[in-house]
Design a binder for this molecule. Structure first.
Ligand code: FES
Length: 112
């Protein structure tokens, strides 16, 4: 079990929060199951970038990104060296601090 500190995001968690996440689930699922409705336009199939998060702490404890994820991340808004697609980033036992970027390329939220 790891803790994920979610830094404040105006829309998803204005005050910031800390959630528990079981090892082996994705950051995206951990957020969603704790009521933080991060976008996941491709339904976690590693085919969009809307679930992008920046991992401020614990980045090295995550599984390594595959090439497809890296390629997609190149198109993400606000890319940083510690960016991940949260649906592809699997939590281990180490605590994490993540930041949800202010925008996604989908921020108009068509169809949502
Ligand atoms: S939800 Fe589309 S890549 Fe994660």
């Amino acid at each position: 079990m790891a803790k994920i500190v979610v830094m404040p995001h105006a829309e998803y968690c204005p005050e910031g929060t800390t959630i528990d996440a079981e090892a082996g689930i994705s950051i995206c699922d951990a957020l969603l199951s704790n009521g933080i409705e991060i976008e996941h336009a491709c339904e976690k199939a590693c085919a969009c970038t809307t679930c992008h998060v920046v991992v401020r702490k614990g980045f090295d404890s995550l599984n390594e990104a595959e090439e497809k994820e890296e390629d997609l991340l190149d198109k993400a808004w606000g890319l940083e060296p510690n960016s991940r697609l949260s649906c592809q980033a699997i939590v281990a036992d180490e605590d994490l601090t993540i930041q949800i970027p202010k925008y996604t390329i989908n921020h108009a939220k068509e169809g949502h």
